[in-house]
Design a protein around this ligand. Structure first.
Ligand SMILES: [Zn+2]
Length: 375
């Protein structure tokens, strides 16, 4: 019988296997430890990428003590992360800006406090904050930006307007946001989309060829002359209002509604010849700057009294126009903001919600627009 030779593992090879085993165990241990650490952070709300960077920069304990924090998450995801600013990141309210972390670093360099920075990020988009972060530290930050809708990009104009006029921050921000620090009819914004809440005034204009989307001819029973036109949606509201008024014994009628750019040119010329420039400036909007071109404005009359402001219909409109979506656009109390003298006859359709809000809060359309509609 042949003797079977026993295979013997060479001692050197055995040692190698043992080392391999130990190394494998170490790796497995490290991996499991790492996996658990990443998961701890992810459970707190950090992204995978942020969690890894937190571990590799040895900040896990700090983060665990802070807990969930969107700005810290963004910081650890960012290439702009600066470890010295860690505590600052923690205290800044998160905003979804592309250059958020870079801008925090820059604002720290300029010398802003955490509360300043929170104000800055709350009042501008990414581009506006980036521009702002490149300038020297400014004064009066808290003052102007205590007004919610103050805009970072308008800072210099706030300072100038307030210095020039002595107005407080509320008036300053309102007027500058409405471009009322600029001369009438200059650098005005072009409004090109028809909507019931569009603002047209001495700083917001329509192009020569702007026509309301839903222009119709007004049924002659509602108007004092034939072929008057207006926006369909505004007319439907007027009809309802007129019928309600009529039931209570009040007779309102449309004297003027949609006016094209060319109509306004003609009208301005007529008034200029009869009454002169000063009158035109106060009462007649420049072509492109008249609300009548939107199709949403009506000059309303009474069928019984010539001077509308003296009629019982005017009183009825004061109490009820908002219920149908109309606002008395140029009142005595808003003269300083609309730039037009009181016109008891001029009503503007803005829809029931806005009209009711304005009525309840005693507000001009300019103020409403600056607060809620300005983008
Ligand atoms: Zn009018």
């Amino acid at each position: 019988m042949k003797k079977i030779k026993k295979i013997k593992v060479k001692p050197k090879f055995g040692l190698f296997l043992k080392i391999l085993g130990v190394v494998f165990c170490i790796f497995l241990g490290v991996f499991l430890f790492y996996y658990k650490q990443v998961n701890d952070l992810k459970r707190l709300g950090y992204s995978n990428m942020a969690a890894k960077n937190i571990l590799f920069s040895f900040q896990k304990n700090y983060i665990m003590s802070v807990g969930e924090n969107a700005t810290l998450n963004a910081a650890f995801e960012s290439d702009d992360f600066v470890v010295d600013n860690l505590d600052t990141y923690r205290k800044i309210d998160y905003v979804p800006h592309k250059h958020f972390i870079k801008n925090i670093n820059q604002l720290v360099k300029v010398g802003y406090s955490v509360s300043d920075m929170n104000i800055i990020f709350a009042h501008g988009d990414d581009e506006a904050v980036t521009r702002f972060s490149k300038r020297e530290k400014v004064r009066y930050l808290e003052e102007f930006f205590s007004v919610d809708y103050a805009k970072l990009d308008l800072y210099d104009r706030y300072v100038k307007y307030s210095d020039d006029t002595g107005e407080d921050e509320n008036v300053t921000v309102l007027f500058v946001n409405l471009d009322m620090d600029l001369p009438d009819y200059s650098d005005s914004k072009l409004v090109d989309k028809f909507s019931i809440d569009m603002l047209v005034n001495k700083h917001h204009h329509l192009s020569e060829d702007f026509v309301p989307d839903d222009l119709i001819t007004i049924d002659s029973e509602y108007a004092s002359s034939d072929d008057l036109q207006c926006s369909h949606i505004a007319f439907n509201a007027f009809k309802k209002m007129s019928e309600a008024a009529s039931k209570e014994g009040y007779q309102i009628v449309i004297n003027s509604a949609y006016r094209s750019y060319a109509d306004q040119v003609e009208l301005s010329d007529v008034y200029l010849k009869s009454y002169g420039q000063e009158y035109v400036n106060k009462y007649v909007a420049k072509p492109g700057y008249s609300e009548h071109q939107t199709g949403l404005a009506f000059d309303i009359g009474s069928r019984t009294v010539n001077v509308f402001g003296n009629s019982k219909e005017y009183q009825w409109m004061q109490d009820h126009a908002h219920e149908y979506g109309f606002i008395h656009r140029f009142t005595k109390s808003y003269e300083f903001i609309t730039g037009f003298r009181s016109e008891p006859w001029h009503y503007r359709y803005v829809g029931v919600d806005i009209a009711t809000y304005m009525k309840e809060n005693n507000m001009s359309f300019e103020e409403y627009w600056a607060l809620f509609l300005d983008q």
